[in-house]
Design a binder for this molecule. Sequence first.
Ligand SMILES: Cc1cc2nc3c(=O)[nH]c(=O)nc-3n(C[C@H](O)[C@H](O)[C@H](O)COP(=O)(O)OP(=O)(O)OC[C@H]3O[C@@H](n4cnc5c(N)ncnc54)[C@H](O)[C@@H]3O)c2cc1C
Length: 598
Amino acid sequence: MWKRCGGFDFVVCGGGLSGLVVASRLSEDPSVSVAVLEAGGDVAHWPDSQIPGFFTKNLTKPEIDWMFFTTPQAHVNDRSIYVPRGKGIGGSSILNFMTLGRASTVEYDAMEGLSGKGWNWSNYLKYFKKSETFSADPEMAAKHEFKPDPEVYGTKGPLHRVLPRWISQLHMPFYKALHSLGVPHQYDSSNGHTAGTGTGTGAIHPHTATKTSAVSAYYEPAKDRPNFTVIKFAHVHKVLFSRTDDSENLVATGVEYIQDGSIKIVMAKKEVILSAGSCQTPQLLELSGIGDSKVLAAHGIPVLQDLPGVGANLQDHLSTGFTAEMNPKYESMDVLANDPMRAGAEWQLYETKRQGMFTAVSSVAYAFLPTKYFADVEAIKKAVEDPTVNRDADELKGMTKTIELEKEWLVHDEVPQLEIVQVPAFLPTAGYLPTPGKRYFSIFVALMHPLSRGTVHITSPDPLVPPAIDGHFLENKVDTSLLISALHFARKVVRTEELKDIVIKEVIPGERVESDEELERYVKNTLSTVFHPVGTASMLPHEEGGVVDERCMVYGTENLRVVDASIIPVQLAAHTQATVYALAEKAADLIKDSLQKS
Ligand SMILES: Cc1cc2nc3c(=O)[nH]c(=O)nc-3n(C[C@H](O)[C@H](O)[C@H](O)COP(=O)(O)OP(=O)(O)OC[C@H]3O[C@@H](n4cnc5c(N)ncnc54)[C@H](O)[C@@H]3O)c2cc1C
């Protein structure tokens, strides 16, 4: 059964982080009507999604998590790796772990070279500030070597960003351990200089100590505007186009979606904007006839626009962990899982005073490390020169350029290759369980610029069949060797004098896992992503395999844009959400500008 709904000026597909930013900003103009179609429902007010300390609790709940898995990964022992993605209003901003961080000026400025004018640090900084209101308790900041530079923070933006109220007592010893190994400290790493240790911040409300997200920041203020409509449980199938002449660009006229078992159509008078995220935006493009003609032909989808870059260039941060048993005289968040009395007291503290462990993300003790701090730069230089280490990417020259850029960054003093985070608890690691009653000191290690490139493509013309996510993880040997070096480094960290009283013994991977070969096996058995996929609808030149231009417009179309993490052409050494908020803010301004000119 088909139903046709009325038209809107803008139809936004996906009510996640970017979709809500764009829709909310466009609807600031009362003369413009905006509809957001979101496949999920209202999830932001589930009690567990509001409380920072419950940050992992909603994973694998099908109402809120799409729960994708990669295809079996050939270089990771054929494991299918979990790819959580937020479902429902707010998208992954509801499911995420709240960390808000920025990459280095070098990385943002390099994006301008790849993507086009304006996508540089100075504009990102402008939109970081526009999106946020920052606050930090001065005493807490001083205690944790954090000296926020007021010049780089927003004071009037909708998203609250804070230094959490509870910070583990292991934070400072971790820093000291790293400093003893020659790692410098950044008193404020939001200024574009990130190499070294640096205290992190989170998307948390300063007064209520509850999570802030695209819902609290962008949806709540807009939801009562008469020109702002959100259509829930609306699973978009495809974009509809008109084209009078084959030589002309496609004109998006609306979208088809399914809701309550009926197929419906909503018309777009001005533009359609895809904001379904890095896994589902390429799926929507392909289902709409825009993508690699070979992929579309395999599923009998007529090719409206041949763009081989759709679904290519997938990149994600790759992680593994290192865990040590800790002296029980130190506090760890393990008590929340294995000490009901203590967990109850912490809960009481949160409920009555908004204090304690539940107010916090697991850690704000970060270090972002360029190669020279944790690996042998000369060996890495040699390894990247090996012509066999990259997949042939000739038809996607833009993607090859991003790999070349990352090769330069591998030996750059300002661009981090590794994120290491002190986690004051047992770090969930595939194949390992904590011993009840013990306390743990863990180090999360994540590769920031993997050279391997993956794909996301449809496997069926049926929009309800999930896309195939093939990360090609660790296909490039340099990625594996950097992770092995990272584990050697984590081991050095826990063996420093500074942590002598804290760490009792290494438990994962365990001291017997010592040689590079043994560590490689461990990496393959435990590798996870950090849930930061980008690149699958890259903003790159058309002739180089790009999908969107510098205005976020899909090549070969008049009025179809992509605004979400998928347009970021190269992975950055930072958790993605702050960048995606800024990117969506900038895209909203671009669209407003083009409205004024039309
Ligand atoms: C578990 C997890 C933890 C994370 N932790 C952090 C963190 O601590 N810090 C950080 O910086 N980043 C984190 N991230 C990443 C960050 O949340 C994402 O980078 C960001 O939300 C991406 O925004 P987006 O708009 O591209 O996609 P999303 O926010 O995922 O939005 C996409 C939306 O589109 C909807 N959708 C998809 N397909 C359709 C369709 N066919 N029809 C209608 N709607 C559709 C989805 O339901 C979703 O609401 C995390 C992500 C996850 C999943």
